[in-house]
Design a protein around this ligand. Sequence first.
Ligand code: CND
Ligand code: ZN
Ligand code: ZN
Length: 376
Amino acid sequence: MSTAGKVIKCKAAVIWEPKKPFSIVEIEVAPPKAHEVRIKILANGICRSDDHVLTGSVKVNFPIILGHEAVGVVESVGEGVTSVKPGDKVIPHFLPQCGECKACIHPRGNLCKKNDIVKCTGLMADGTTRFSYQGKQIHNCGSTSTFSEYTVVHEDSVAKIDAAAPPEKVCLISCGFSTGYGAVVNSAKVEPGSTCAVFGLGGVGLSVIMGCKVVGASRIIGIDINKDKFPLAKELGATECVNPLDFKKPINEVLFDMTDGEGVDYSFEVIGRPETMSAALASCNMNYGTSVIVGVPPTTAEITFSPSLLFTGRTWKGTVFGGWKSKDSLPRLVSDFMEKKFSLDLLITHTMPFDKINEGFELLRAGKSIRGVLVF
Ligand code: CND
Ligand code: ZN
Ligand code: ZN
């Protein structure tokens, strides 16, 4: 029996307030309105960004349904939807691509003005959401909210992908892998022969390492306070790994020592802490070095730094979703995966049923997983 046009009752992981675990409850998901798509979610990756919301570091409106690294199948579409149809395999994405705003038109832009990751209202464009629990509205997160068996997103936030793509793998293309890889190829544009430093060796940082290797960086230095991350970092391309806790000097001085006093050509902060963002900047060459902020900073964080760090020529920049335009790039990245241009196997350390979501996040916080994948 078709569910199109009807309210669907299904399982979702709701966060009622910050610092509390996910509670799995039965929610109601309203049908998609005009230009919206209702999606049955198949698999979700566990990314640290959702944990930043959970800990209260990134400010949002509660109650909320998180989840932004997923693959699903279109269940039904609202009036006027033309780019996807029921049955299509899709990636719902936290960066829309309306195709008309300045960011969508600019060759280097990707932060479509229809995004909700800057303001984090947790609402659809009409000021409401399609989720409710016992009559009470639940907020979206990043316009995706994929920690639910069904979600509703705007058509601009959904990309059709190869029907044969394995959801429990290509969900990583929806955030972690593409963000790290794109930070290298789109945002930094690392040249062959470069020396790169990668701060933070989680799923995103390791994807930065994979990108550095593909573009032919000659030295790739992995930095993490958890040395258990080093073997995998080396397997994926790191030429050396260092633990800042092993040194009395600040890590930026250690990196200068390791590079004959030159500093690295490119540094990437893939943790989300102001201190490591400053250290990554100070680690790169004072003249032609570039440092890229990939980690999501706490909403209220501020950094004080000496402008002379930039005066000598350094570049400091950030990247959202690795600079990719979502609707254009997601199908291509999935095709590249299907053509075996890269593998995601080593990044996925745990695959578990959706109901184990709290366990999955515990593994991430304990530094025991790289990417956990939750399957419905
Ligand atoms: P994950 O938690 O798996 O990795 C972070 C790594 O940093 C861990 O291995 C930690 O041990 C390590 N670490 C923590 N503190 C320090 C420190 N002081 N010095 C050195 N290493 C440290 O996280 P992830 O890989 O899922 O995500 C990494 C960041 O990227 C995180 O902030 C996430 O929110 C962000 C991100 C950004 C974007 C984007 O579009 N820019 C997209 N997705 C995720
Ligand atoms: Zn993410
Ligand atoms: Zn746009």
